[in-house]
Design a protein around this ligand. Structure first.
Ligand code: ATP
Ligand code: MG
Length: 297
């Protein structure tokens, strides 16, 4: 294969991961000109191009060296790793990306008892993830029949072609609509940046390192919230103890109110209504939770 000097990233052409993946790359300062056939997007500023494909093809394209990196669900990456066989290029998860969250779960008809994996012995389980399911059954030492389906796995029990399923679950709505309930979780998944275990030793490797640094910055900002509030000096300790993520707050005086302080803290992750209510009970008021747009430490 001809050596390439531009980095090539594979991502889903059209599906759940497409928009958030593009948005993330844009935030990393990468912009693309979409080609007419929409399979290949040429990077405008940096030497980074996109290949838009079905998500199932992404790990294989990286393993074959057609692409250097890919944005794909952990479920698809692990399924590939489990079924790729000996000698295939080892892929690794370079970064979890925090979107496309779901889990690969066993679901059974609502009226059926399920206590432990052994309850699946001799059952027929329909799935699009035979590699992951077989590995899990082996680990749990359960002998069951795995039925591989490309899609519409959730209707298999109603059709009488399976006793249980192993499928992706996000809210659980699809399961309820099909009179199924989640019984066990095999894998917690989200979109990840996948790539070969060893980076290319040329400019592409340098570009990957730059991209990883930018990604870390973008992810940190995305997951940060600036919390502003007022509190009395006497409540300060109780309020500080409740700050999500235990940040070191900055304190400012409030004009004309010597016993009051303005507190500013950078919290890692969401600040929920419940957490705000707790902090308020501890003595805070005038609370604001603000998103962070850019951060340079
Ligand atoms: P493609 O045409 O690219 O093969 P697809 O139908 O296989 O698309 P999508 O349904 O778009 O894929 O899902 C892509 C990824 O989104 C999944 O592999 C998974 O990691 C993640 N995901 C998050 N929530 C869900 C969900 N409720 N159902 C399915 N996938 C989900
Ligand atoms: Mg797919």
């Amino acid at each position: 294969m001809k050596p390439r000097d531009r980095l090539r990233i594979a991502m889903q052409k059209s599906g759940r991961l497409t928009e958030p993946a593009l948005d993330l790359l844009n935030r990393c300062g990468l912009t693309f000109r979409q080609s007419r056939d929409k399979l290949f997007c040429f990077g405008e500023g940096e030497p980074v191009d996109l290949l838009l494909v079905r998500d199932d093809d992404i790990p294989g394209l990286i393993a074959q060296g057609v692409c250097d990196l890919g944005i794909v669900g952990r479920n698809v990456l692990h399924e590939f790793q489990g079924t790729a066989g000996e000698g295939a290029t080892a892929l690794t998860e370079w970064r979890p990306l925090g979107f496309g969250r779901c889990r690969l779960s066993i679901a059974v008809p609502q009226e059926r008892d399920y206590r432990e994996p052994a309850d699946l012995a001799s059952q027929r389980i329909a799935t699009s993830y035979p590699g992951l399911l077989n590995a899990w059954l082996r680990e749990k030492q359960v002998a069951a029949t795995v039925i591989t389906l490309a899609g519409s796995v959730e209707i298999a029990p109603r059709l009488g072609t399976a006793d249980a399923i192993c499928d992706l679950v996000q809210s659980g709505g699809t399961l309820v609509a099909n009179q199924l309930r989640e019984a066990d979780v095999l894998l917690q998944s989200e979109a990840v940046l996948a790539g070969p275990q060893t980076l290319p030793a040329d400019e592409r490797g340098d570009m990957i390192e730059l991209l990883l640094k930018r990604l870390d910055g973008v992810i940190q900002v995305r997951e940060s919230r600036l919390l502003l509030l007022q509190t009395s000096r006497t409540s300060l300790d109780a309020v500080t103890r409740l700050l999500p993520g235990g940040p070191q707050p900055t304190l400012l005086p409030v004009a004309g109110q010597p016993d009051q302080l303005m507190l500013q803290a950078l919290c890692a992750g969401e600040v929920s209504w419940r957490q705000l209510e707790e902090i308020k009970k501890a003595g805070a008021r005038e609370m604001f939770v603000l998103p962070v747009e850019k951060m340079l430490a």
